[in-house]
Design a binder for this molecule. Structure first.
Ligand code: C2E
Ligand code: CA
Ligand code: CA
Ligand code: CA
Length: 279
């Protein structure tokens, strides 16, 4: 028994150490990968609700390890967030977008905005607006070409820090989008004071559309909310014609999802939507 108890105890402790060790290994791999330039961006289309016009794209980061395996961001962003790496990675994303934007413009996509995701350690830093401004200036990019996606959770749980930064960014001409909307706990009065251009309905709520009554009611409420507040609503994770039809019927103007287009490399985006593209 004594032996069992001892081994049980060390098993649990061992499992915990295992997780920590794995994260440490990944963090060091990430750091080396970053130095070796193993990160790249994919762009996913954000379309009008008829699926005809490209309105914007969302930049989504990927990590191609030296063995060729591509790691999705859900697996490495939380690890990168444990260190300053997330700040360097975030800056790299902005710089890469600023390099890609002129190519989009040259291909006739001058009206298209690029959405950029930002994690808390990157965003909740009062020097961010000035740094961002310096980066876009150096690249000759207009701030209004960028829409910064912040999760509702992050904004609301750090509202004292996030609100002044959001205000500063919008003063400078950047736009802000509230991501994963519906997953956090926004008070409506607080929501009204946020300087946001759009909110993005989390794809969790899209899953039951158009069959499940509750999901339908929630989505319709969010669409009304956006309309009444005069801000755009983007439905994320649209995978079926049924979802698209329902969203259109209730006045959703912007949609994003595998049905409209998966995240793709820049050349593919230009080929599909650029001036020389054949629809
Ligand atoms: P997110 O911001 O909510 O991005 C949307 C995610 O949903 C993307 O996953 C996208 O590929 C996926 N998606 C889009 N349409 C569909 C669909 O129809 N069906 C399904 N099942 N999924 C769809 P991805 O690229 O794996 O990114 C996951 C998350 O990683 C993002 O969620 C975002 O939170 C984070 N992320 C991605 N890029 C960056 C970045 O550059 N910086 C930071 N801080 N976070 C990032
Ligand atoms: Ca996003
Ligand atoms: Ca989202
Ligand atoms: Ca999400």
């Amino acid at each position: 028994n004594g032996r069992n108890r001892v081994s049980h105890y060390s098993d649990a402790q061992g499992a915990e150490q295992d997780v920590l060790a794995k994260q440490l290994i990944m963090l060091s791999e990430l750091q080396h990968g970053f130095e070796r330039g193993e990160f790249f961006l994919m762009y996913q289309p954000i379309m009008d609700a008829h699926g005809d016009v490209l309105d914007a794209v969302e930049a989504l980061v990927r990590w191609r390890k030296s063995d060729g395996a591509v790691v999705p961001p859900d697996q490495f962003i939380p690890v990168a967030e444990q260190s300053r790496l997330i700040v360097h990675l975030g800056r790299w994303v902005v710089q890469q977008v600023c390099r890609d934007l002129p190519r989009m413009h040259a291909a006739g996509l001058s009206h298209v905005k690029v959405h950029i995701n930002m994690a808390a350690p990157e965003f909740l830093d009062s020097s961010l607006p000035a740094e961002l401004m310096a980066t876009v200036r150096a690249a000759g990019v207009d701030p209004s070409s960028l829409q910064i996606e912040l999760t509702e959770n992050m904004v609301m749980s750090h509202i004292d820090t996030s609100l002044p930064i959001m205000r500063k960014l919008t003063q400078l001409g950047f736009e802000i989008s509230l991501d994963d909307f519906g997953m956090g706990y926004s008070s409506l009065s607080l929501l009204k004071t946020l300087p946001i251009a759009s909110l993005k309905i989390d794809r969790l709520f899209l899953a039951g559309i158009p069959r499940e009554r509750d999901d339908c009611a929630i989505v319709r409420t969010m669409l009304d909310l956006g309309r009444n507040m005069g801000i755009g609503v983007i439905a994320e994770g649209v995978e079926t014609d049924g979802q698209l039809g329902y969203l259109r019927q209730f006045g959703c103007t912007l949609v994003q999802g595998y049905l409209l287009g998966r995240p793709m490399p820049l050349p593919q985006l230009l080929e599909r939507f650029g001036r020389t593209a054949h629809p």
